[in-house]
Design a protein around this ligand. Structure first.
Ligand SMILES: [Zn+2]
Ligand SMILES: [Zn+2]
Length: 243
């Protein structure tokens, strides 16, 4: 489903050592027969469907864990089911200290969510009333709808680093990445920091190696991130929203 098309994924240098949550889109206004329906804890209707499944990878290797995003098609409620091991870890860490106690509460709430929104065996597919996932986009060059091929949500030490949406245009044989606004802020922040270090080294370092080597490398990385950000902002116009 992904990978065969020519892409312009540069890959951020800082992406190493990141935890990635990748998702294949599971629902596009319609369901495959094997998808389960759950009863909604908010409205009690059997109308909850899986919107996304995020598969975790660490340095490109799958960890086998996944986060499942659900949405109730009756009342619009959303929730995510997290790996049980992670929730139990939260509870254990949360109970160690007073300041970490909210983690225990969060872990407990996450653990209970599965049972509060139980699977209803054999329940019919609800009518899809609420959108799941990112909005539909089209290709500005050929006017065809583009398909979402991959979504990557990155975290660094538990801090969200933004979400990348990879879209493919089959007629144009191209894939392009559109980044979340938060991702743009994070990369701009990173470029400013690295660029600032580069300028500081060029201006004030006394050793030529640090001055021109270190400063040059820092500025090159800054330019690379800035170029990637510019490309991804432009991609919002190359693959505009379908209205
Ligand atoms: Zn509901
Ligand atoms: Zn196209």
């Amino acid at each position: 489903m992904q990978g065969a098309l020519s892409g312009e994924r540069l890959g951020t240098p800082a992406a190493l050592n990141f935890f990635h949550w990748e998702a294949r889109r599971r629902v596009i206004l319609g369901m495959t027969a094997d998808e389960e329906v759950r009863r909604c804890a908010s409205c009690s209707e059997p109308a909850v469907v899986l919107a996304f499944e995020w598969k975790q990878t660490f340095n490109g290797v799958s960890t086998g864990s996944s986060i499942r995003d659900y949405r109730c098609q009756n009342c619009g409620a959303r929730f995510s089911l997290y790996p049980k091991a992670g929730s139990i870890t939260f509870i254990v860490i949360g109970l160690l200290l007073v300041v970490t106690f909210p983690m225990a509460v969060l872990g407990w709430l996450r653990l209970r969510r599965d049972g509060r929104n139980p699977v209803v065996p054999g329940a019919p597919r609800p009518q899809m009333r609420f959108p799941t996932g990112p909005p539909a986009r089209k290709c500005a060059a050929c006017d065809n709808p583009v398909s979402l091929t991959r979504v990557t949500r990155s975290r660094h030490n538990g801090i969200p680093m933004g979400t990348e949406y990879e879209y493919a245009c089959a007629p144009c044989q191209k894939t392009r990445v559109i980044e979340s606004v938060w991702g743009h802020l994070i990369s701009t922040f990173g470029a400013v920091i690295v660029g600032g270090i580069g300028v500081a080294l060029l201006l004030w370092s006394h050793t030529p190696g640090w001055r021109f080597g270190g400063g040059g490398v820092a500025l090159a990385i800054c330019l690379l991130i800035a170029a990637q950000t510019a490309t991804r902002v432009a991609n919002r116009f190359r693959y505009p929203l379908v209205d």
